[in-house]
Design a protein around this ligand. Structure first.
Ligand SMILES: Cc1cc2nc3c(=O)[nH]c(=O)nc-3n(C[C@H](O)[C@H](O)[C@H](O)COP(=O)(O)OP(=O)(O)OC[C@H]3O[C@@H](n4cnc5c(N)ncnc54)[C@H](O)[C@@H]3O)c2cc1C
Length: 349
């Protein structure tokens, strides 16, 4: 169950978060942290709740029922925490693990470029050069979320003479230039911005992996599974909006169809995550991500069609406009639906 105080706060501030109101957006990370959103699925010995990744996904999905901005920030922070859980336990203090769990410090994941690189879609946009005691990074991050105004560390991929590498780069390092927030159409409170890296020095400890092409497929199930939470929450909320009113049998049948499809996909998602099979069998994970994206569009259209003109009237739309914009994010976040469909057709060929 989502923390009741957080649920109230999110319900009150969902529009402000989507519109990017500064004070609410600033407070978001701590609100989520205080409600233990980032401790879900983290082992107890590291300060977590000792439950599973499924619990983390379900919690972020509950956040998404109120605000996809908050859910996407939760995804960034929790995915970054997942990267740290693969690092050596003795370096967690150095990466401010406790402050990440409590939402007092932000962790961002700039690995879309790396995920696209893994699929042969684009070259890596950062170059790493070995220097004494570490590495020197140069390049750009075109879009990253959870670039909190008070500071953060971001996971990035970089090309080097020894192949692709992954690093954790603190934003207060000399040469790290966080640009102003991007002018998004929604999710504006997600602190999404570009950054340029000019001769940024990182230490050997800040090297997350020197085998990025093995690391990325291994972390992808958690990366994508947590991302699915955005769609799950949106589907559930739109369906709730429909159920709250009286409807014809045709509408009720569509509600039943969406709920059944959702349940079936979640069963496959959670069993696949638990067994670890998605590391080597990514295909069914891709299919779930595509199915959930399509179900999101179905659910939001059902909310629109069954509510009718009220969805087009500001005093009555009841969050529909925000959800419509939030739903537009689902198919395009990396790996995008188009990218995954292309990969599936490649695998079938
Ligand atoms: C609000 C927001 C927040 C974001 N936050 C983050 C973040 O935290 N971290 C991060 O790393 N990124 C983030 N991104 C970036 C995002 O995930 C995408 O990388 C970004 O939208 C640009 O990539 P694109 O694939 O859409 O663009 P393009 O490369 O222009 O591609 C356009 C479309 O074509 C597809 N495509 C491109 N090439 C091929 C091909 N060869 N075969 C098949 N399909 C192809 C793409 O998948 C996409 O659907 C964010 C984006 C947004 C909008």
């Amino acid at each position: 169950m989502l923390n009741a105080a957080l649920a109230v706060w999110l319900e009150q501030h969902a529009e402000a978060l989507n519109a990017g109101e500064a004070d609410v957006s600033f407070a978001l990370l701590q609100q989520l942290g205080q409600a233990d959103v980032f401790r879900q699925g983290v082992p107890e010995q590291f300060g977590g709740l000792g439950n599973t990744l499924q619990d983390a996904i379900e919690t972020i999905a509950q956040v998404a029922e109120y605000s996809v901005t908050a859910a996407f920030v939760s995804w960034s922070q929790r995915t970054y925490i997942e990267y740290l859980l693969t690092a050596k336990a003795d370096v967690l203090d150095e990466f401010r693990f406790d402050a990440l769990l409590s939402g007092e410090y932000a962790g961002a994941t700039g690995l879309s470029n790396a995920m696209k690189f893994l699929s042969g879609l684009e070259p890596l946009q950062i170059q790493a050069e070995a220097v004494e005691g570490g590495w020197k990074l140069n390049g750009k991050l075109p879009w990253v979320t959870n670039f909190h105004p008070s500071g953060f560390t971001v996971a990035v991929a970089a090309d080097s003479v020894q192949g692709p590498l992954l690093f954790l780069v603190p934003s207060n390092r000399a040469g790290f230039d966080r640009r102003p927030n991007l002018e998004l159409i929604g999710l504006k409170g997600s602190s999404t911005a570009a950054a340029t890296l000019t001769d940024v020095i990182v230490s050997q400890t800040e090297l997350l992996s020197d085998k990025a092409t093995q690391y990325l497929p291994a972390i992808r199930p958690a990366f994508l599974g947590l991302q699915c939470a955005l769609a799950i929450g949106l589907i559930k909320r739109s369906v709730q909006q429909v159920i709250a009113k009286k409807h014809s049998r045709l509408v009720n049948d569509q509600v039943t169809y969406i709920q059944q499809q959702l349940e079936e996909n979640l069963a496959v998602l959670f069993s696949g995550l638990e067994s670890g099979k998605f590391v080597t069998q990514a295909r069914s994970l891709f299919e779930i991500r595509i199915a959930l994206s399509e179900l999101t569009q179905h659910a939001i259209q059902l909310e629109l069609c069954s509510t009718g003109g009220k969805c087009y009237l500001t005093p009555y739309e009841d969050g529909f406009t925000r959800r419509l914009k939030e739903s537009a994010f689902i198919p395009i976040v990396t790996p995008s639906v188009l990218q995954l469909k292309t990969e599936l057709s490649r695998l079938s060929a």
